[in-house]
Design a binder for this molecule. Structure first.
Ligand SMILES: [Mg+2]
Length: 249
């Protein structure tokens, strides 16, 4: 990546898990009690995000996680960061919510069926609280879940190595969230850099002018930052951008 590559870029979009924090969600569900760990964004990354904002970049977070969780994780930078959550379903910015899709009637029917499977299968760790998509954490892939969703013609399942995300095929992806966020900020595709590491980032990366992959085995990008190593992918990317822009951290 060179300084020239950064010229058209006005907004940087970060995936969260595997990019700004390590992969892996701790969740436990017993009956109606769900225990879910909130991951903490390192102070260093918060500082880097602040610096990017200071030199004029808009920052958008695009995650499969729910809003409540992202707000907690990004508390320190909420005055200027926009949060696109549940795989592009909605965007929060300065206290206002822009809903991009209404998935209610599509997911309503399948939910009890999934609950039933979960009740019988020890491989299911729990449902992550979500509003617009369904996320089921499992020890490993579970065929019954895949089969039940396959019967619903309009729905997809994405297995990301630790959970299934279930949403509306072709529509309820991070690309939808990005297209709407681009409109909100009156930008063009070429003004956007995205970084993601997993299958649910495929559409997001395709929708931006400068896609960056943090896991070549799962998604393709124009540039690549390795997932493994001392620094998180977002850390490396921000170091690079700040260096190219002359702000050394
Ligand atoms: Mg990720």
């Amino acid at each position: 990546m060179s300084k020239k590559d950064l010229n058209p870029i006005k907004m940087i979009v970060f995936d969260v898990d595997g990019v700004l924090v390590r992969r892996g969600t701790k969740i436990k569900q017993i009956g109606n009690t769900t225990t879910l760990e909130t991951k903490v964004i390192n102070g260093k990354q918060i500082k880097q995000i602040e610096e990017l904002n200071e030199i004029g970049f808009l920052i958008n977070i695009s995650s499969g996680r729910g809003l409540y969780m992202l707000q907690e994780m990004f508390r320190g930078v909420l005055p200027f960061v926009s949060l696109t959550y549940e795989n592009g379903s909605a965007t929060w910015y300065k206290g206002k919510i822009y809903q991009h899709i209404n998935s209610f009637k599509y997911l309503q029917g399948v939910f009890p069926k999934l609950k039933q499977i979960a009740g019988k299968n020890k491989g299911v760790k729990g449902f992550e609280p979500k509003e617009f998509i369904i996320t089921i954490h499992c020890i490993k892939q579970i065929k019954e879940i895949e089969e039940v969703v396959k019967k619903e013609r309009n729905l997809y399942t994405i297995w990301n190595g630790e959970a299934y995300d279930i949403g509306i095929k072709k529509h309820q992806t991070k690309a939808l969230g990005l297209r709407q966020t681009i409109k909100l900020f009156k930008l063009k595709k070429k003004n956007v850099m995205t970084i993601g590491d997993n299958y649910n980032d495929y559409e997001l990366l395709k929708e931006s002018g400068m896609p960056i992959s943090a896991d070549k085995s799962r998604v393709k990008g124009k540039f690549y930052v390795p997932l493994k190593g001392e620094f998180l992918p977002a850390d490396k990317l921000m170091q690079k951008i700040l260096l190219l822009k002359g702000n050394v951290v």
